[in-house]
Each structure stands twice: as C-alpha cells, then as structure tokens.
Design a protein around this ligand. Structure first.
Ligand code: KMH
Ligand code: ZN
Length: 276
C-alpha cells in the first residue's frame, strides 16, 4: 500500500485555548507545534492564521509571518493554507494567503450548516472562482468535502471543465450539519471518487481516531490536529498536536503502513516540489 500522508491541522478557526491550552496562536507557538507534528510524522501542515489573542486572521502579513516561522523549523514540510477561513469571511478574504503562492491550499466544495446556527457558504460559483484562483497559480488543491453532495459537485465541475486533476479529496466527517463519521460513511465516500484520485480523512471529535484507522487500512491518508479534535482519548486533553500525530503514526506502524516523508507525499499527490 502507498505510504501514509499525515496532515496536521494545527489550530483552525473555532477552538480556543479555553478548550485546550495547547491550541497555538502566536508565530512561535505555531512553529513549535508544527515542528512537534512534523517530528512525529506529519508531512503536511494545514494552516489557519490567528492573531496573538486568538482571533482568526486573514492578514497577508500574518500568514507570511507564520509560514516563515514554520519554514525555519521544518524546511521541507508541505504547508497547506486554508481558504475556508472562518465563518462569515468573504471569498476574497479567504483567498488572501494564496497570494503567497503556497504549495497547497484547501478548496471547500459545498455549503453546509456548521455546528449549530452558522452556515459555511461555498456556492458553486465560489468553488469555481476559488478553484480557478488555485489552479491558475499551480497550487495543489485539497478538496474538502463534508458530505457526499460535495463530492458529486466536484465530479460535476471536473466534467464541466472547471476543476482539473490531480484530485485529492479531504473527507471532513462529523461536523454537525455535515455527514457523520461512521466507518460506513468513509467507505461510501472512498468508493465514490474516481480511480487515480487520493483521499484523506479528518474525523471531527470522537471520530478522529476510528476514522484514521479505517483510512490506514483502506489506502487513504489521515488528518489529525487540534482544529478537529482536542482529546487524546476520552476525557484526556491532548498536550500537543505532536501527541495526536504520534497516536496515528503508532497506529500505522501496528498496521504495517509506512509513513510518507514530505518528499514522498509530494510524489503521491502528484505535486512538483516548490517552495512558498
Ligand atoms: N473554519 C471552517 C469554517 C478549511 O480550512 O478549508 C472551515 C475550514 C475549512 O476550516
Ligand atoms: Zn481548516
């Protein structure tokens, strides 16, 4: 089986230090957290920006500062910036970090209720607009799908010529408003994507580790991190992002699945090596 790509989602836009004191905000905290994740086996860092007080940020200078801080500690890691941002940001705000020419960025592939009264808006027009912004710069897309309709949207937009291969999906499962994170959900989604495409799974909360194991056993890749889940196990807060990555790496070793380096991850995803 292909080596396992582990992505670490360091911080997101929603969780705070009140939820778990290990959630990184500052450039120094982000860099240390990325380094700990990378040392444990993460080859991709999924990056949201926060201001020092924890407010979600879309300032270009802040992204530049964070990317530089992470690069200094982890020279070869793949930095995947978010274009999902935080609820309520405009699509142009969300595209801000793309101006820094990162190697990789997320593309959110549909609208959904997001954990209560919030709506995470990604109209078909938004997807075309943001997808074109990534593809025109040669930025590798990670296609974030929160339910099956999002996968179908991607496949339709590919057929219509708005999105192009390589297709790397990220199934984000367990958001209230999206698809649940049962094993059957992931197996259904993985069987819905075309041959030659790749996928990773990000299980939210209690779904994180069971889905990681399902992906490890079924040729998928895995995302973990405090953005998605703050617990190492039931009732035990994770002390760091590195601890979450280590748990997945140990799981992979138990199942004889080797861990990809960043260079190997680039090859698996069909990416050219380039630096931001
Ligand atoms: N913060 C969520 C509303 C992404 O990074 O592309 C969206 C999100 C997705 O986190
Ligand atoms: Zn994110």
């Amino acid at each position: 089986m292909e080596k396992l790509i582990i992505t670490c989602a360091l911080t997101g836009a929603e969780v705070t230090k009140q939820n778990n004191p290990a959630v990184p905000y500052t450039a120094a905290e982000m860099a240390t957290s990325a380094w700990e994740a990378w040392r444990e086996g993460a080859s991709v860092i999924h990056l949201h920006a926060r201001e020092d007080d924890g407010t979600p940020s879309f300032r270009l200078e802040r992204f530049a500062e964070l990317i530089q801080a992470i690069r200094t500690k982890c020279p070869d890691v793949i930095i995947q910036v978010t274009t999902g941002g935080a609820i309520g940001m405009s699509r142009d705000e969300r595209l801000t970090p793309v101006a820094l020419n990162p190697e990789m960025a997320t593309l959110d592939c549909g609208t959904l209720n997001f954990g209560g009264d919030d709506i995470f808006v990604n109209t078909e027009n938004d997807i075309k607009y943001m997808g074109a912004a990534l593809e025109s710069r040669g930025i590798q897309k990670e296609l974030e799908c929160f339910e099956k309709g999002h996968v179908d949207t991607v496949l339709r937009l590919v057929r219509q010529g708005f999105l192009h291969h390589p297709l790397h999906f990220s199934f984000v499962l367990g958001v209230n408003g999206g698809m649940t994170g049962e094993q059957r959900d992931l197996l259904f989604l993985k069987d819905s994507i075309p041959p030659g495409s790749t996928y990773s799974v990000a299980g939210i909360g209690r779904f994180e580790f069971p889905l990681a194991e399902t992906a490890i056993l079924n040729g998928g890749h895995v995302r973990v991190g405090l953005e998605d889940n703050i617990f190492l196990e039931k009732g035990v807060l994770a002390k760091s992002n590195g601890e979450l990555v280590r748990k997945v790496a140990e799981m992979a070793h138990r199942h004889q699945r080797e861990i990809a380096t960043p260079a190997e991850a680039r090859a698996i995803l069909g990416m050219e090596k380039k630096h931001d």
